[in-house]
Design a binder for this molecule. Sequence first.
Ligand SMILES: C[S@@+](CC[C@H](N)C(=O)[O-])C[C@H]1O[C@@H](n2cnc3c(N)ncnc32)[C@H](O)[C@@H]1O
Length: 349
Amino acid sequence: MFKYLGSKRVFVPVLGQIARASGARTAVDLFTGTTRVAQEFKRSGITTTATDLATYSYVYAQTFIEQDGSKIDEGVLGEAIDYLDQLPGKPGYFTETFCRKSRFFQPKNGARIDAIRNQIEEEFKGTDLYPILLTALIRAADRVDSTTGVQMAYLKEWAPRSYNDLKLIAPKLIPGTGHAKLGDAMKLVDELPRTDLMYLDPPYNQHRYFTNYHIWETLVRWDEPEVYGVACKRVDARDPELKSVFNSKPAMKDAFFDLLTRAKTDLYVISYNDESWITKEQMTRALYDAGAEHVEALEFEHSRYVGALIGIHNLQGEKVGKVSHTKNTEWIFIAGDRDRVQAAAKGAK
Ligand SMILES: C[S@@+](CC[C@H](N)C(=O)[O-])C[C@H]1O[C@@H](n2cnc3c(N)ncnc32)[C@H](O)[C@@H]1O
């Protein structure tokens, strides 16, 4: 996987347990990011749909969720990876923009990224291998970047890993069925068919993924955009249609609650942390308002699952039970029919 803000790496096992315990046969991961959570659902035999606003995330979803891993010949994929990995570097837009005008990658790796990306476009566009090879390239570039994990800035001194040679590795594909969709959750939510489980992990603050990962956007789109600023961000980052309502403090809460009401799902599973613009009480109330019969909130501390189910929330949105206050608290809300919610929550324990 690649370095990603808000990635739910440590929650993947528990989210998988929740999904399996709920008996879901279909699931949607509406803000899929790295697709980690959607991958876990798919691995559990659940027909999974992964959606996001970011094009690199869509490429990941095509690779890990939409593509039935059993249909790809590993030998053919391995050959394509080896062939691309041996191409000599040829500096182009990527090297000029991200290695010379800015210093996100060492020029020797930038030149190889240029050469490999061009060849993927020329030889593999329109084939099943296309998103898989792009995924391999993003991951390889991520392993030799010179950032702290976001692309708003690069390090003053080259990161030690940036001296390594870029190396393409074939992604491990997952057998099974799934779908990938690119788009705004506010629109997609009406287009998606009814699902047994919907997992929601939206951005809860002003940090925009489009600008934090602008290099992956450009690497996937391969459109040589005009850039601005020290970090060479895409000028279209300023376009209103590429802005997410979830990064707007005045609009986020109502938008998310509206989304909950429109979501066609039997079970909501929501990741939440208490530094967000929505309070726990507001979230609970919104889930009841959206039609849930029962809501439970599971509390986690740091990266470690504490295992403390902090309480059942009644119809008034009031917590019943004791709340232990801890730093860096993360929550998983589960909402829907009482039996289903209780079964799902039990799975997390
Ligand atoms: C907290 S991250 C999700 C992380 C993911 N659960 C994981 O483990 O990798 C939020 C995601 O929401 C996406 N996003 C932001 N606004 C969106 C919108 N309006 N519609 C769809 N996706 C959006 C971002 O691109 C980002 O990938």
